[in-house]
Design a protein around this ligand. Structure first.
Ligand code: NAD
Ligand code: AHE
Ligand code: ZN
Ligand code: ZN
Length: 372
């Protein structure tokens, strides 16, 4: 197979708008797959890396990690997917063989994590280039390109009847929020929950909390335009911290007779992470960090908060093992167990992808889905 040309949104440098370019893409090598991306959501993590705050951020790069696509070609040795299969790219792959995969304790497969973080394929080189100069891959996925190359272990094969322009959201946001509640926290019927930040992740955490049978779901955001959707999805209370003259953790503690059983930080703000921990019930409350914070930022609290039984933990991709578990999320979507339409507030062609970032920063979108 010869190299191909593909339309892609290139991030040439931090803080710069993406530039739509025709770039060169090498064919898939041993164990790699060429995928035609049909649609891709824009997640806050794309904006975070574009901002320059990501310590792993590299430029020039093709961002995007919330995609859905169709296998166009396979490299030598690829056996688990074939041309025509519908797939969701995985920024958390699943090799099934590394210490992490075999542990049964985590979804954080490390088989290709080092090269993925360096913006290259497992052999240490990039498949993308422009005028002969390499462009970096992003999170092993680079879904802001009409065609992309991924390792076989970074693809979940899904039901062909699922609409890719919707289930692409299961490539990150929706799975992360739902999985954080059901997999990582394991919220039980009757538990009380607080969700900080009502973007794609926080709203998905609300869906997860409803599915888990939470008795109270307190949805917290400084942007009140998010409240109607939170309520529609099942939040029992909505709170704007700006309406209160005391710390938000005290507000939640008062509302819940001592604090919630579980809280979820879905923003990436280290100060809110502290509030989310401290609004948990003494003796057993658990706070799950989902938000991603910038380089150099650190969390803090009084150790007494942990001594007295609160637990601080984190989650990536909702603890979901992509190849073995994500296809079932797609099936559950198809069975009507949850919906995705509410999340898709905007759809845009690739050429207008910068507007998706503007909408996110202005707090006007939940998810913009880019169509190719
Ligand atoms: P988003 O921008 O769509 O939503 C963030 C929400 O937080 C917005 O509604 C905003 O108004 C609200 N917010 C901002 N500051 C606030 C404050 N001080 N108090 C209360 N609310 C506040 O973002 P998203 O796409 O939903 O992503 C959320 C976070 O999750 C980001 O940090 C993202 O990088 C991270 N993330 C992590 C994972 C993971 O696997 N751990 C996966 C996806 C996204
Ligand atoms: N590069 C950042 C870390 C970013 C991060 O934590 N990413 C999450 C997924 S966010 C998806 O929207 C993740 O999967 N983390 C686990 C991992 O191995 O990256 C940094 O701080 O260096
Ligand atoms: Zn994401
Ligand atoms: Zn592995």
């Amino acid at each position: 197979m010869q190299p191909i040309k593909t339309r892609a949104a290139v991030a040439w440098g931090p803080g710069q708008p993406l530039s739509i370019e025709e770039v060169d893409l090498m064919p898939p090598q041993q164990g790699e797959v060429l995928v035609r991306i049909v649609a891709s959501g824009v997640c806050h993590t794309d904006a975070y890396t574009l901002s320059g705050d990501d310590p792993e951020g590299l430029f020039p790069v093709i961002l995007g990690h919330e995609g859905g696509g169709i296998v166009e070609a396979v490299g030598d040795g690829v056996t688990s997917v074939a041309v025509g299969d519908h797939v969701i790219p995985l920024y958390t792959p699943e090799c099934g063989q590394c210490k992490f995969c075999l542990s049964g304790k985590t979804n954080l497969c490390q088989a290709i994590r080092a090269t993925q973080g360096k913006g290259v394929m497992p052999d240490g080189t990039s498949r993308f280039s422009k005028d002969g100069k390499p462009l970096y891959h992003y999170m092993g996925t680079s879904t802001f390109s009409e065609y992309t190359v991924l390792p076989e272990i970074s693809l979940a094969k899904i039901n062909k009847s699922a609409p890719l322009e919707k289930v692409c959201l299961l490539g990150c946001g929706v799975t992360t929020g739902m999985g954080a509640v059901m997999n990582t926290a394991k919220v039980q019927p009757g538990d009380t929950v607080a969700v900080f930040g009502l973007g794609g992740i926080g709203l998905s955490a609300i869906i997860g909390a409803v599915m888990a049978g939470a008795s109270r779901i307190i949805a917290i955001d400084i942007n009140e335009s998010k409240f109607p959707i939170a309520t529609q999805l099942g939040a029992t209370d909505v709170v704007n911290p700006s309406d209160h003259d005391k710390p938000i953790q005290d507000v939640v503690i008062e509302m819940t007779d001592g604090g919630v059983d579980f809280s979820f930080e879905c923003i990436g703000n280290v100060h809110v992470m502290r509030s989310a921990l401290e609004c948990c019930h003494k003796g057993w409350g658990e706070s799950v960090i989902i938000g991603v914070a910038g380089a150099g930022q650190e969390i803090s609290t009084r150790p007494f908060q942990l001594v007295t039984g609160r637990v601080w933990r984190g989650t990536a991709f909702g603890g979901v093992k992509g190849r073995s578990e994500l296809p079932d999320y797609v099936e559950r979507y198809l069975a009507g167990e949850f919906e995705l339409d509410t999340f898709i507030t905007h759809t845009l062609p690739l050429e207008r992808i910068n507007e998706a970032f503007d909408l996110m920063h202005e707090g006007k979108s939940i998810r913009t889905v880019i169509h190719f």
